[in-house]
Design a binder for this molecule. Structure first.
Ligand code: CA
Length: 531
């Protein structure tokens, strides 16, 4: 992380970034943790000089192009931190990722980007700017779940706000934040949706007799499963209420080809939307590489490894290249902020149909392996090439940052607690520094851990003794003992040797920060939707 220790200790926190531009606050040597400008926003580290630089860059962009920037989020499902070549994977582990690597090399590669530990929590947090514990979307909504309240009824989504300020908004690919009426993407803010409601496995499991013979070959079991009634088709939905089956899912082949079909749709929409004066927001959410992976015919055998996960990763990487090329061809590349990431760590339960992380744990845990994901920010002409930063970035920050890019920060909800931080200046300023000091980790309704600078403190941990790969299916959540488990991630990235209370004075500071976080729930009680 780009900071020096004295500044770190002396930093003012508790100040909203947007309100921190005064000269007095530029003096980072003072220290006053009691100063709080509002009670409904995650505090940000004030960086007035950096904010001014980014604001000037954005103003110059607008003067040059006479528009707000397009925003394209490329969200991969369950890809590990260690999968892309630019993060140590790639060719070394049998699946080259030249397109992601090029964006990383020509943009900003973030090494400490954090997701939630599973799909629904991350996806909803990105689109609401709020922790799942606050919205009630605390775990994946699965086939057969019956929730007690529509969490979207009183949430404000990112596409809804962007739509208000003139953006065309589109979700292509996986949704996974509810498929009942009132919870679908085109009903909660997106103009248009072209994709699937659930994850790949939930769609293909009723077809794969090799993997699930006990379901597929048993008419009684299959009938009972089908009665649960999840929609497995490729859906085309519009904000005027039309919801149509675009392509029915009739077998495994339809899912194998799905990401290429989704790509074709995004390419077509980029061509169309680039003809419009309005900017666009596209979330392209891949179905791959969530288990069960069936690479398309074109990409079967495309990786050196030849395993379905690896072929699927090569396919995803190739599609990223196609989308960037399409933006370029449409003359929009220099007008578009692109962010590439994954919604959680690899699902090791399904190995070898799973990704790679060098960290401890996996999807379903709040160990680094479950929540630390690749994060690549790319915008030619606006983000200088060749940058790497370990500054903290939470995917919820895409909420505030997108509003900032769209000039819509004044529409940030004020009547609820917002956990995102506007990281525009971190991403845009050359050698920018993160404005986020804390990343809080929750699992369902349990507070698990806090990362602050290079330290991470756990109050609860996920354990799976005896089954090192089954981080979901054989795991338990355990309370820690007398002392919280504290790891210095710079010297112990695998989180297996706590420095505890005996070696780190940071324990007290982080304890106080956790109490502050807890106090936000007294002011703004969490929602329960029956998950
Ligand atoms: Ca996922």
């Amino acid at each position: 992380m780009r900071h020096d220790r004295l500044r770190m200790v002396g930093r003012i926190i508790g100040l909203s970034a947007g309100l921190a531009g005064s000269a007095a606050m530029a003096d980072m040597t003072s220290f006053d943790r009691t100063v709080t400008l509002n009670d409904h926003q995650q505090p940000a580290i004030p960086r007035p000089d950096q904010d001014a630089t980014a604001a000037a860059e954005l103003a110059a962009f607008e003067a040059r192009t006479d528009q707000k920037p397009n925003i394209v989020i490329l969200l991969i499902d369950d890809m590990g931190w260690g999968d892309p070549g630019s993060y140590g994977g790639g060719e070394a582990i049998g699946a080259a990722t030249p397109n992601m690597d090029r964006l990383a090399a020509e943009g900003l590669r973030l090494t400490s980007t954090y997701a939630q530990q599973t799909c629904t929590p991350t996806r909803s947090a990105m689109l609401t700017g709020r922790l799942p514990i606050r919205t009630g979307l605390t775990r994946p909504i699965l086939v057969g779940d019956r929730i007690t309240a529509n969490p979207w009824a009183d949430e404000t989504s990112l596409p809804a706000i962007l739509g208000e300020v003139g953006y065309n908004t589109l979700l292509v690919g996986k949704w996974h934040i509810g498929e009942i009426e009132g919870m679908r993407p085109h009903e909660v803010g997106f103009d248009e949706f072209y994709g699937f409601y659930g994850a790949q496995k939930e769609i293909t499991q009723e077809f794969d007799a090799n993997r699930y013979p006990d379901l597929v070959l048993d008419p009684y079991m299959l009938g009972a499963y089908e009665e649960l009634g999840n929609d497995i088709n490729l859906i085309h939905g519009f904000s005027d209420g039309r919801t149509e089956v675009a392509i029915p899912t009739l077998g495994i082949e339809d899912m194998a080809e799905a990401d290429l079909r989704l790509r074709d749709f995004t390419l077509q929409k980029i061509a169309e939307l680039s003809q419009d004066d309005a900017p666009f927001f596209i979330e392209h959410a891949f179905m791959k590489v969530h288990t069960d992976n069936y690479p398309s015919a074109e990409f079967t055998g495309a990786s050196a490894s030849g395993f379905p996960y690896k072929d699927s990763l090569v396919e995803v990487d190739s599609i990223i290249g196609d989308i960037v090329d399409a933006l370029d061809k449409a003359g929009e590349l220099e007008n578009t902020f692109i962010f590439v990431t994954s919604d959680n760590g690899p699902q090791m339960d399904m190995w070898p149909d799973s990704g790679f992380t060098p960290f401890h744990g996996a999807k379903g845990t709040t160990w680094e392996g479950g929540v630390r994901v690749p994060g690549i920010a790319y915008w030619p002409g606006m983000i200088a090439p060749g940058q790497v930063s370990d500054g903290l970035f939470d995917l919820m920050d895409l909420f505030n940052t997108s509003l900032s890019l769209a000039g819509a920060l004044d529409k940030l909800p004020q009547d609820r607690f917002m956990d995102g931080v506007d990281q525009t200046s971190f991403l845009l300023a050359d050698n920018g520094e993160s404005l986020r000091e804390h990343v809080y980790f929750w699992m369902n309704t349990t507070f698990m851990a806090l990362r602050m600078h290079e330290y991470k403190i756990h109050q609860h941990v996920v354990m799976n003794e005896g089954s090192p790969f089954l981080w979901i299916d054989m795991a338990t959540v355990q309370d820690v003992g007398t002392a919280p488990w504290l790891f210095n991630l710079y010297i112990n990235p695998k989180e297996d040797y706590t420095v505890g209370h005996r070696m780190s004075p940071w324990l007290a500071t982080m304890g106080a920060e956790m109490r502050e976080h807890g106090a936000t729930f007294a002011r703004f009680p969490p929602k329960n939707i029956g998950l």
